[in-house]
Design a protein around this ligand. Sequence first.
Ligand SMILES: *Cc1c(COP(=O)(O)O)cnc(C)c1O
Length: 381
Amino acid sequence: MFFFNGQRPTVAEIDLDNLALNYHSSRAFIGSHIKHMAVVKADAYGHGAIECAKRLATEGIDWLGVALPEEGVELRAAGIDVPILCLGGFWNGQEEILLDNKIVPVVYQADKAESLNAAARNRNVTVDVHIKVDTGMGRIGVRFDEVVEFSAKIKKLRNLHIDGLMTHFAAADDLNQNEFTSLQIKRFYEAVEIFRNDGFEPTFIDLANSPGAIVHPESRGNMVRLGGILYGLGGDVLPSGVDKPDLKPVLSLHSRITNLKRVKRGETLGYGRTFTAKDDSIIAAVPIGYEDGYRRGLSNCAKVIVNGVLAPVVGRVSMDWTLIDVTDVPNAALNRQVILIGEEKGLAIKSEDLASLLDTISYEITCGISRRVERRYVSRT
Ligand SMILES: *Cc1c(COP(=O)(O)O)cnc(C)c1O
C-alpha cells in the first residue's frame, strides 16, 4: 500500500530475534511435545505477518493461525508452507480459495460445512476442517449444548475430514474467573466425547490462547494457539503474580525530532490550547500522530524517551504530529531519536504502558500502528 523510501523517520522496528526467543521460552514453559500454533492474524498483531511467520517457520512452529482466508493467502503467496488454520472460518464464495491454498478453515455452521463439502466433492478430494465449540465465549462456534445435532449433520458430509476440535476462552487471563474457565474446559471435553462417539478421530484438540496455555496447564490439550506472548505482550494479558516464561517486547516505535522551538511562559500549544507552558520551554515536534496509531488519548499524558531521559507529550496529539517538552533533555537537537515504545538506558515504555493510559490492552496498541508506519525488521542471526 505504501512505498517507503526511508525518509520519514517514523518506524516500527520488529526484533525477529526476540520473537524467536519468546517462542522458544514459551514452548519450553508449556511443553515441547505440545504442538504450537502461532496466531499471526491482523498482520501479526501489527508486527507484520509475513516476516513473523517466516521466522517462526524457521524456528519450527507447527501451525499458523489467521482470522480471514485472505490473510492465509498472503502467507501462501509469500512462499510459507506451514499448515494454516483460519480461525474465523470463511465467507460464502471462498471455498475454492481455501482449497487452492491449503488453508484449513474452522467450521461451526452446517451450511458452510455443506458448501465446503460440495466444493471438495467437485474436486474429488477430502478437505480437513477444525470444528469450533462455543463453551461460553458466546461469539462463534457450535454451542456446547447443540453439539449432538451438529455432529449428526456433519457425519453425512463425506468430503470433510474433521481433523481438529477447538474452543476459545473468555477469561483465562482473570484468576477470579478460574471457575468459569474450568467450566469451559469441562464443556469442551464433553463435546469432544460426543464427536468421538460419533466416530470422529480429530488429530488436534486445542483450547488455549496465551493466558490459557500459561496459567491453566489443564487446558493445553495437544496444541496451544499463541498470539500475544509471542510478541512479548505478556504484561497485561497474563495475570500478575503467576509463573511465566521470559518474554521480550518485539515491537518498538521510534521517530526523530523534526522541529525545535523555544516558547515563552504562558504560551499555549496545539489544538484546543490544552497545554500552557509553565516556564520558558523548549518544545519539539515529532512526525507521528493518531493516523499512525499514536492515539489522541495520549495527549498531555504519555511520555517518550529522548537521549536517555523521559520527556512528556504536551498538548493534543494531532493526526500527523505530536509535541514533546524537551526542556529538561540534555542535548536535545534536531534529528535526535524519540522512542515512543521501547527501551533506552534502563528506561522502558511498553505497549502495555500506553494501553493502560488508554484503558485498553497492548494488542490494540500494536494492531493500531497503521500501515503508514514502516516496519523495519532486525535480526542479528
Ligand atoms: C486470537 C486468538 C488466539 C490467540 O490469542 P492470544 O491471547 O493472543 O494468545 C487464539 N485462539 C483464537 C481462536 C483466537 O482468535
